[in-house]
Design a protein around this ligand. Sequence first.
Ligand SMILES: Nc1nc2c(c(=O)[nH]1)N[C@H]1C(S)=C(S)[C@@H](COP(=O)(O)OP(=O)(O)OC[C@H]3O[C@@H](n4cnc5c(N)ncnc54)[C@H](O)[C@@H]3O)O[C@H]1N2
Ligand code: MOO
Length: 408
Amino acid sequence: MSAQSMPIDWDKARTLVYEAGRAAAGPAESVPLSAADGRTLAEPLVALTDLPAFPTSSIDGWAVRGSAPWRPVGRVLAGGTPRPLAEDGTCVEIATGAMVPQGAEALVRVEESTRDAEGLVAGTPRPQPEWRLPGEEARRGEELLPAGTPVDPAVLGMAATCGYDTVPVRPTPRAALLVFGDELLTSGPPGEGRVRDSLSPLVPAWLRRAGATVDPGAIQGPVRDTLDAHVEAIRHGLSVADVVCTTGGTMHGPVDHLHPALAALGAEYVVNTVAVRPGFPMLLARLTGPDGRPRFLAGLPGNPQSAVIALVSLVAPLLAGLHGRELPALPRVELTADVPGRGGFTHLALAVLDADGRRATAVGHAGSAMLRGLARAHGFVVVRPEQRAAAGDLVPFLPLPLSPGERP
Ligand SMILES: Nc1nc2c(c(=O)[nH]1)N[C@H]1C(S)=C(S)[C@@H](COP(=O)(O)OP(=O)(O)OC[C@H]3O[C@@H](n4cnc5c(N)ncnc54)[C@H](O)[C@@H]3O)O[C@H]1N2
Ligand code: MOO
């Protein structure tokens, strides 16, 4: 394994890490609906019965046979199984959601019916049927949603409607974070050569928004700047997580131990440096966990904005793959002003979107060591190598994994 290598194209890197994740997605497991929110379907969701499963009244009123007036011969409530309506001139009282009896020819709404002194019912059925036929929404065996669908509240409801108690889903990837750097302070203001560790609070929160779990015990650091301390911390991370993120030490400085630690652990690079600015020393390596299953290490550069760029460029696609989801296509947005290119590198420029999400404006304070621009941005506009983007151009947009309501 050679530690120094040519940076690879940013788009290619995203595809490579996504495919590596997809190939390592965990085995399907069956989980109760109450625990499946946020998971991903490992198999298609197939209708277990016709939907509706029986002819179902859409109204409160009368199920009638023959012509009016009709003599009531009973009542059917939701949940019951009615006897057939055998004779013309008869009806049953019926509730919304109840099974329509065999032999019924029409339904009449209660407010559009009358009863005479003998209790006989009259009224005119509406021209359009007032009940739903079996299979109207889905036929038994029909595929409702494909494998790879993220499970959300509507999917949970759909699964319950057609009879599922559990659904087959992929395991949620577990992530860990190791922060490297002897110069880091974990509390109080920076000064005298030391900076405050901004990545321990930031990275786990964004990993969770990108679909990973991060156990508080899986966050370590600052890890001492020695090779042994790095190897030991990475080993611990690999024992508790599928994806270990590290920050700092991605270069080849005197105390940058990440590459030697990866070599000591027998890691294989999936991506080692990416032709993107900021963030180029980012990497993703594959290792084997104590259980023999694949594990990943994402090396995020130490400059804080560069670390975030590595998160959205490499870790988010990796997590999509591990979940068994599609790699999301990037939306296109219109630029309000020119954005420079970065020569042979892709330029990811921090930007805010306007209220309808269609137009992007690059923000200031966007240096790779800064977080001020990031704290108000929605994501990054993508300027591909050897290009510059002008006001009015449509360019791809890489969103930050924000939750609804954040950055309104
Ligand atoms: N000779 C060269 N030096 C550097 C180059 C280069 O091409 N040639 N590239 C620069 C770029 S670009 C980046 S990005 C950094 C990446 O370096 P590392 O990943 O090895 O990161 P460190 O050296 O450990 O730290 C860089 C910078 O970030 C600060 N830092 C680190 N961790 C944190 C944290 N948790 N919270 C806040 N700030 C953090 C650290 O103090 C440094 O200032 O390399 C450049 N050098
Ligand atoms: O790649 Mo560095 O990440 O430009 O700051």
